[in-house]
Design a protein around this ligand. Structure first.
Ligand SMILES: O=C(O)CCC(=O)C(=O)O
Length: 201
């Protein structure tokens, strides 16, 4: 196991477990993976229905996984695209360095600071009761906010750097919501890829 994984401490005060390893992927590998995934993943512009209208999601996405790992989120049901060599490489790293096993990944491409992800929990039924969500960040650093569902004063904000791993597990999805807010172009100067590795039961 990676020594930094063993040392990571919990970032939320209660009702779950969230931990981060800032330099989980070495700089040169993170650069290579970012470039290759940006070019080679079949990024899609999905639409969601809000207030009776279809609108573009504020990011591009791609759902990848083992055959049969379908996933329904934001009112969409996705069938998995096949694994690519780079996604398999990161999946193997998660297994070897953090003992995390997964069978699917939701890839998000935030084209600029104006792309975002609203408040939500990853609590879909196919993820089971206490899912382990292993989230890899590549590219521009973005803010990541967590807020407790029942206590508005309980909030945590982090920055997710290039090559980092953030893990949410235990009861986190039951008690906490998370978001990636829009940020001004003065702070976010480029695109970011986020890969949330999951297990579909
Ligand atoms: O981009 C991120 O860091 C978070 C992504 C996320 O919340 C999700 O895929 O459910």
């Amino acid at each position: 196991m990676d020594i930094n994984v063993a040392r990571a401490h919990c970032l939320i005060p209660q009702d779950g477990s969230v931990w981060m390893v800032p330099n989980f992927i070495a700089q040169a590998d993170a650069d290579r993976l970012f470039d290759t995934l940006t070019l080679n993943l079949p990024w899609q512009q999905k639409q969601i229905r809000m207030f009776g209208k279809w609108i573009d999601m504020p990011r591009l996405t791609c759902w990848v996984g083992n055959p049969g790992c379908s996933y329904t989120y934001s009112g969409l049901t996705e069938s998995p695209l096949p694994w690519t060599p780079e996604l398999l490489e990161i999946r193997q790293l998660l297994l070897e360095q953090a003992s995390i096993i997964c069978n699917s990944v939701l890839a998000n491409l935030y084209r600029s600071g104006q792309d975002s992800m609203g408040w939500h929990s990853d609590d879909e039924k196919e993820l089971g009761q206490q899912p382990v969500i292993a989230s890899i960040s590549l590219g521009a650093e973005r803010r990541f906010d967590l807020r407790h569902r029942h206590d508005a004063d309980m909030k945590v904000s982090l920055n997710l750097p290039h090559g980092s791993l953030l893990v949410m597990e235990g009861l986190t999805q039951t008690y906490w919501k998370h978001q990636v807010p829009k940020e001004p172009a003065t702070r976010v100067t480029g695109p970011r890829i986020n890969l949330t590795f999951r297990t579909i039961l």
